[in-house]
Write a protein that binds this ligand. Structure first.
Ligand code: ACO
Length: 405
């Protein structure tokens, strides 16, 4: 699997050769056995398993195990993994003090970056990165605690008391239970809604060397502790060109407002001067329909249908997709909806606030980030990431004293 490649690092040093690859469009930064993408064919495999089969049959936690360990667990392995994750869902009480220091109206992604960085202060001193058992424990802690932290960030931002994880619930439902706004109400999640949450988490769990995962690996290459690596990953995810797109899509659809306005939005997106892009459209690797988008689109109809929701934004989204896929600008550039074009409509239907959309992505992607971090730490070829540059600055010149400038 994969296109032919040259290992530039193995070229003789005396060639003095390095490549300029703005945005790393054609540079492999590592070897990885976790996720495979064929962007032209619209294929995505986790550890060799087609995403469609995992979406149909698996659960998020099982996928997290698969990404970390390379194989699907048998029943005993899964029980033990689930038990371990459940055992680590609580936050240290001192996290509260830290959380309460944020502005009450801070964006939850801002809080999540800070909270994950702060985990290093709780779990760094006794972490021996040479020890695979401790590395695995750090990975489990992250998978277990990120939902607790994410829910706490949300509750703090709306002024509700933090809720403890209810460990008799399964992973995604436990997160929703912690996040939900009314503390006394039992969580009622329809089977379709529960399946949708799990599906979105599975689809967002990994995507090889995307910007945030590459960031995790870049920081990991220096030997930094895994909590700092993931805090950096969350920061990279936040941008609207990456994980922030799901929030941006919903805002865009709301601004377009009605199917009649779709044409002018498409025209605006084609006009480079406008600075406007169709959010949730296009992908660096997929030059075909993103296989995740196809699954999310179908699930959007299932969720809205089963909950009896008639969301006008879905009509806008479908019209937008139809108009773009008929338009030569999008067709010639092979721009298709990506995973986040429809995901926000599902999250909205499930009552998740828009500013939490990218946080949801971060919870799911934690599984991929820790899998990549573990793989990197085990890799005897791991080298510090240190790209070169094409220098465009001033030639050598002499310092001039301030009185003569
Ligand atoms: N709307 C309009 N035009 C677009 C769009 C878009 N969404 N995406 C790309 N283009 C155009 C570019 O202007 C460019 O045109 P040109 O060749 O005439 O200059 C061409 O398509 C190629 O685009 P690039 O920006 O060079 O492609 P790149 O691979 O660098 O970017 C990206 C990919 C960032 C995803 C881009 O398509 C984009 O900005 N999309 C919208 C944001 C988005 O949905 N991000 C989520 C990505 S998926 C994820 O992270 C989960």
């Amino acid at each position: 699997l994969g296109a032919p490649c040259i290992d530039v690092g193995k070229l003789p040093k005396e060639t003095g050769c390095f490549t300029y690859d703005n945005g790393f469009t054609a540079t492999a930064s590592c070897r990885s056995a976790i996720t495979y993408i064929d962007g032209d064919a619209g294929v995505l495999l986790y550890r060799g398993y087609p995403i469609e089969q995992l979406a149909q049959n698996s659960s998020f936690l099982e996928v997290a195990y698969l990404l970390m360990n390379g194989e699907l667990p048998n029943a005993a392995e899964f029980d033990s993994f689930e038990h371990e994750v459940t055992h680590h869902t609580m936050m240290h009480e001192a996290f509260r003090t830290f959380l309460y220091g944020f502005r009450h109206d801070a964006h939850p992604m801002a809080m999540l970056v800070g909270m994950l960085g702060s985990m290093a202060s709780f779990y760094h001193n006794d972490l021996d990165l040479e020890d695979p058992v401790q590395r695995r424990l750090a990975a489990i802690r992250l998978i277990a605690k990120v939902p607790t932290i994410a829910a706490a960030c949300h509750r703090y931002s709306i002024g509700w008391p933090i809720r403890y994880p209810k460990n008799n619930l399964e992973y995604t439902t436990r997160f929703l239970h912690m996040m939900k706004e009314v503390p006394s109400e039992p969580l009622e999640l329809s089977p379709v809604a529960a399946k949708a949450m799990d599906l979105l988490f599975i689809l967002h769990a990994d995507h090889e060397q995307n910007a945030s995962t590459s960031t995790v690996r870049m920081v990991g290459s220096t030997g930094a502790n895994p909590y700092a690596c993931l805090a950096a990953g969350v920061a990279a995810l936040w941008g609207p060109a990456h994980g922030g797109a799901n929030e941006a899509v919903l805002k865009m659809l709301a601004e377009i407002g009605r199917p009649e306005n779709v044409k002018s939005a498409v025209d605006k997106a084609k006009d480079k001067e406008s600075g406007f892009r169709l959010m949730g459209f296009g992908h660096r690797v997929y030059k075909n329909y993103d296989p995740r988008a196809a699954l999310v689109r179908k699930m959007t109809h299932d969720v809205l249908g089963s909950l009896g929701i008639n969301d006008p934004l879905l009509d806008v989204a479908m019209k937008l997709e139809e108009a773009a896929l008929k338009d030569d600008y999008f067709v010639s550039r092979k721009l298709y909806p990506n995973v986040d074009f429809y995901s926000g409509i599902i999250y909205k239907a499930l009552g998740i606030p828009v500013e939490m959309f990218t946080v949801m992505f971060a919870i799911a992607r934690t599984a991929g980030w820790v899998a990549h971090w573990l793989e990197q730490q085990d890799d005897p070829e791991n080298k510090i990431g240190r790209p070169r540059q094409i220098y465009t600055g001033a030639p050598t010149r002499d310092y001039v004293g301030i009185d003569r400038r």
